[in-house]
Design a protein around this ligand. Sequence first.
Ligand SMILES: [Zn+2]
Length: 220
Amino acid sequence: MTAACWRSPDLEKLPQDEARAKARLLNDEGAEKQAHQAVLDCEVRLKRLELDAGTRRTTIQRLKLQQFETRKNDEYQAIGHEITRYEKDVDDLETRELELMEEMDVARAALQAAQAACAHDRALVEEDLAAIAQRRDRLEAEHREVAAQRETCAAQVPESILPLYQRLFKSKIGLVVAPLQDGKCGGCHMKLIASTVVAAQAAREIARCEDCGRILYVEE
Ligand SMILES: [Zn+2]
């Protein structure tokens, strides 16, 4: 008889435990990524403001030179107005730069917090995963041991009832034989009819629970 296809329910749920642990980490990593993106966005916007202000400063220098070189009074005035307009622009841009730097400080603090949370959870999840791996090793070792014991026992099962035994093994999650207890089946706890009890006690042929079909035996 081959080793059972049955596996311990504890072993079966390990992949779920693993997936749960990994999902938790994925969440943290997502939050960290988002916080990082917010910082990058701030940097890009700041860079753009700096460039805008720089362009205007260059223009102001150029205009001042023009103003210096002109001999016409009205042109001098017109350039003067233009310079004032550009200087106002630069002022506005610098104000926005300051606001954005404050925003950046907040974003950087949020990123640090997200990184710390992620590192903390990563350590916990790694511990969890290591514990799950250990549990798997232990359960698999137990499983191998039980399977070996089962091989030995199955070898003693008469050839004629093997098909029945195997069928029950699959449907009853490994509990094929059940003790007779106070006239009840030890597997499903249903009351047995008298002739079944007698047959089980006589132990001359296979007696089975009428309800769940398990093979009954009388405890010594
Ligand atoms: Zn039963």
